[in-house]
Design a protein around this ligand. Structure first.
Ligand SMILES: C[S@@+](CC[C@H](N)C(=O)[O-])C[C@H]1O[C@@H](n2cnc3c(N)ncnc32)[C@H](O)[C@@H]1O
Length: 230
């Protein structure tokens, strides 16, 4: 995938699924190296920001190997993991409830969930607007949404350092310990990501209110929090 145009439509879905199936076994290890373990703290906060009572039913969309799902369980929620890639779900440890599905068309009842999380997957979706519509459909009115996504610091040395890290070091480390094509695709995939303002507008259009965007740790990551409109 390195120098070819980024795929779209069904071809994107096919390539993304094949890529995650291929890197599943080492995904968590590379992820920890890439984020220097900081993502654990970001996930803790993102789950707490759902502000749901204990034992709420929460869907972790594009759950991958389940980092967010396990954090939900740690915070006493009942979590269900869903992902496009069987390989990622299979590699996940301690995932009692897992369902393979495309996030734009999920086999869950309308309004059945109290909360929804999604970590670092928005740029991988083939149809982001349809996926936000589907997230709104499966949440009950008043249900809560918390999304994490990659970001880039706006200026200064942190931005320069981040660019070197994300565009050079991460693909290098990924090539050494996992799949070269996948970790060269990773920085390129941010081209799919709309601006934070556009994402907020899309969430509003899909039926969410009180949509809030916040930059995490100087913009190393970003979080969207919202409530399913009544
Ligand atoms: C970067 S990983 C993130 C995994 C996990 N959420 C985390 O925070 O570590 C992106 C995940 O999105 C999943 N994914 C990509 N496209 C998807 C789709 N259309 N429907 C559901 N999952 C999808 C991939 O299979 C992969 O597991």
């Amino acid at each position: 995938m390195t120098n070819t145009p980024l795929p779209t439509g069904e071809e994107k879905t096919r390539q993304v699924r094949a890529m995650f199936d291929a890197i599943a076994g080492r995904y968590e290890m590379v992820n920890k190296l890439m984020t220097l373990g900081l993502d654990a703290r970001w996930r803790r906060r993102a789950v707490a920001d759902l502000r749901l009572p204990e034992h709420s039913l929460v869907l972790d969309v594009a759950a991958g190997t389940g980092d967010f799902t396990r954090e939900l369980e740690r915070q006493a929620q009942r979590a269900i993991a869903t992902d496009l890639s069987y390989g990622m779900l299979h590699a996940g440890r301690q995932l009692p409830r897992r369902v393979q599905a495309d996030a734009s068309s999920m086999p869950f009842a309308t309004g059945g969930f109290d909360g929804l999380t999604c970590g670092y997957a928005l740029r991988n979706f083939t149809d982001l607007a349809a996926t936000f519509d589907e997230m709104a459909r499966v949440l009950r009115p008043g249900g809560r949404l918390s999304l994490l996504e990659v970001a880039e610091p706006e200026k200064g040395p942190l931005r320069t350092g981040f660019r070197i890290w994300f565009r050079r070091v991460v693909p290098f480390i990924g090539s050494l310990v996992s799949d070269r094509a996948a970790y060269h695709y990773l920085p390129r995939s941010t081209a799919y990501l709309p601006s934070s303002e556009e994402i907020v507008a899309m969430l509003n259009a899909s039926g969410f209110s009180a949509v809030n965007h916040r930059r995490v740790m100087g913009g190393l990551s970003q979080q969207f929090i919202a409530t399913r409109s009544l």
